[in-house]
Design a protein around this ligand. Structure first.
Ligand SMILES: [Fe+2]
Length: 228
């Protein structure tokens, strides 16, 4: 980048575009990553590393679904198992946010908290719309009928991935900006600690196996240190 380029030229989507795409309302401009970095020393980011693991699950599941021959019961069963596992991770993640993050966010920014409270049920409805297709595929009368339902399932999952990506981006930009403005890193870390305390050790091991390979080396080392 030349020195006379505007460092904020890698802009975040406008708040209107971002919020409208997610069915929410927000008057604030979503901060760009460069604007957030310019605010000072790196702060504790309680969303992005976890979301990297969630995105890994979403992308790998999307690739598996795209490769699946839905006329094959064995391939369909494997795809259903992977999709159920992926949606399980996302559902747990949303529950943790609802229980531990949204109430604190509501004290700092009621409008943003209200918008995100709407987002999670909307995403859950999209997940249910995917879930409901598995028994229909199993009950379909012919191979071509199974394949047609499979194509619909793949499209619903792809749309779900797009919705999740926008939702997580909003949390990483807007929610973290609010938390950083209103809380210390120790307070943010305490919220993460309460979430971790809610997760049984065996499930935590599964989450770490998902998340750690999705991180950069510095992020992986920091998360491993915090978990020790
Ligand atoms: Fe969320």
């Amino acid at each position: 980048m030349s020195s006379n380029q505007n460092p904020t030229s890698i802009a975040a989507p406008s708040a209107g575009t971002n919020a409208a795409a997610q069915g929410g309302a927000s008057a604030r401009p979503a901060p760009s990553t460069l604007e957030m970095a310019a605010q000072g020393p790196a702060r504790l980011d309680s969303f992005t590393p976890i979301h990297k693991g969630m995105r890994r699950a979403l992308f790998e599941t999307a690739l598996l679904l795209a490769r699946t021959d839905f006329e094959s019961p064995a391939e369909t069963a494997a795809a259903e198992e992977a999709t159920t596992t992926c949606l399980g991770y996302l559902r747990e993640h949303a529950e943790h946010e609802d229980r531990h993050v949204i109430p604190r966010l509501a004290e700092l920014d009621a409008a943003l908290a209200a918008a995100l409270e709407v987002d999670h049920p909307r995403l859950e409805r999209a997940a249910i719309a995917i879930d409901t297709l598995w028994p229909r595929i199993g009950a379909a009368a012919s191979g071509p009928a199974r394949a047609a339902l499979g194509r619909e399932l793949v499209r619903r999952f792809q749309a779900f991935v797009a919705q999740q990506l926008q939702h997580m981006d909003r949390e990483e930009r807007e929610v973290m900006a609010v938390l950083w403005a209103g809380m210390t890193d120790a307070e943010i870390g305490a919220i993460s600690g309460r979430i971790i305390a809610d997760i049984p050790p065996a499930r935590m091991a599964e989450l770490m196996a998902l998340i750690l390979p999705a991180l950069s080396r510095p992020e992986r080392e920091a998360m491993t240190r915090r978990a020790a």
